[in-house]
Design a protein around this ligand. Structure first.
Ligand SMILES: Cc1cc2nc3c(=O)[nH]c(=O)nc-3n(C[C@H](O)[C@H](O)[C@H](O)COP(=O)(O)OP(=O)(O)OC[C@H]3O[C@@H](n4cnc5c(N)ncnc54)[C@H](O)[C@@H]3O)c2cc1C
Length: 361
């Protein structure tokens, strides 16, 4: 790490200073997790008995939002890391947790969540992309994960869902980058968020067994972790919307152009969604009723879009000049990611329609 990180403010300052670099290329990609880890960000919302600093999932959402306000790339790798940590917290496999949690919390090990495929599988959109053939006491894994973020070259752990070929239920397993049969491709050529260590993984003849099992039944485990998975994602939208609204408000033309009342109204809508999110997390209701959380994620994505438009409206032509665009151009590209990250808005709308049809039937 090139900079000494002593506090969360230090890490936030690092994210601000490197936001453009993290968006445009891989120069600082391998530092982000170490910086956030050194500042204690991954311990937030993790019980102190397990090495965390206590607090709740809502506190972790707020932490991701604070980082997203500076850099969506840093916030996205934070999301991947914290979500992987969440899988271990909710896993029955105490030995697996004890083995990896300390290095994940400190940021020495990068944790990646290859579970988009599994989340889409749950919704009946895709079949699972990793086959698990019985071999000895465990399995032989073969397949691929076409998109995984936070695959730090120095080493990473990945969570993925696998489909046993003998009819057993789909399971969720972890594997490490050094395991024979795991190949990380070069980084994908992304439009933005290029410092997120996003690549594909090929899995060929990987030996796996009880020691690597996060959960034996993906169909019960995934809905259990989905509230944290989605809520932590909401932190990304909250932070990015706050950055756009702050930039719109700080622009001298906002008042001149009569935009202030729209900025104020959108800030109020954002505060309302955050309250709803916090209330659902505090009551635990998202575990049994996913639809309200889906709606919050959809509305937050709409708020990001509107906030981005307000920043553009307030900045005017300066937003289109390289010399004066400031952080606008980066945020514009970052914002394009919000609707496509799994579960995508299209998928969430589809889920809500399915819920409504089931209720009507
Ligand atoms: C920068 C970046 C980083 C990523 N990192 C990760 C990661 O760390 N881990 C990971 O697992 N994945 C990751 N992904 C993958 C991502 O979340 C999606 O899975 C991936 O973009 C491909 O799926 P899709 O849904 O976009 O595309 P498609 O499956 O081609 O679908 C296109 C659109 O149609 C919708 N759709 C398709 N079928 C249906 C249906 N039957 N009902 C309703 N809607 C439907 C989709 O939701 C999507 O909106 C990443 C993607 C990007 C761009």
């Amino acid at each position: 790490m090139s900079t000494a990180i002593r506090s969360q403010d230090d890490a936030l300052a690092w994210a601000s200073a490197h936001a453009a670099s993290l968006n445009e290329g891989a120069a600082h990609a391998d530092e982000a997790i170490s910086v956030l880890g050194a500042a204690g960000f991954f311990r937030i919302g993790v019980p102190s008995a397990l090495g965390g600093s206590g607090g709740s999932t809502a506190d972790a959402v707020d932490a991701i939002a604070r980082v997203a306000r500076r850099s969506l790339t840093a916030a996205f790798v934070f999301w991947g890391q914290r979500t992987f940590i969440e899988y271990l917290l909710q896993s029955d496999n105490a030995a697996l947790r004890a083995r990896h949690l300390p290095a994940l919390l400190s940021g020495e090990l990068a944790g990646a969540t290859g579970l988009s495929n599994a989340m889409k599988f749950l919704s009946g959109i895709e079949s699972l992309s990793i086959a698990a053939s019985p071999a000895g006491e465990g399995w032989r894994l073969d397949g691929s994960l076409p998109w995984v973020t936070n695959l730090r070259r120095a080493g990473f752990a990945v969570a993925a869902a696998v489909e046993p070929t003998d009819g057993q239920p789909p399971a969720v397993v972890a594997f490490l980058s050094g395991t024979p049969g795991i190949t990380r491709t070069d980084d994908l050529e992304l439009l933005a968020l290029r410092g997120s260590n996003t690549a594909a993984i090929r899995i060929e003849g990987v030996v796996s067994g009880a020691a690597e099992l996060i959960h034996a039944d993906a169909r019960s485990f995934l809905p259990r972790v989905r509230p944290a998975f989605l809520s932590l994602q909401c932190g990304m939208s909250i932070g990015l919307a706050r950055a756009c609204l702050a930039a719109a408000g700080a622009s001298g033309s906002a008042v001149r152009a009569g935009l202030q009342s729209r900025i104020d109204a959108l800030e109020a809508s954002l505060a309302h969604e955050i309250e709803q999110l916090q209330a659902g997390l505090a009551s635990g209701s998202f575990a049994t009723q996913a639809a309200p959380l889906f709606r919050i994620r959809i509305r937050l994505a709409a708020i990001v879009r509107e906030a981005m438009d307000l920043e553009l409206d307030a900045t005017g032509g300066r937003a289109y000049l390289v010399a004066t665009t400031g952080d606008f151009a980066r945020r514009w590209l970052e914002a394009a990611f919000v609707p496509v990250v799994t579960p995508s808005l299209t998928q969430l709308h589809g889920e809500l329609e399915r819920h409504a049809a089931l209720r009507a039937a």
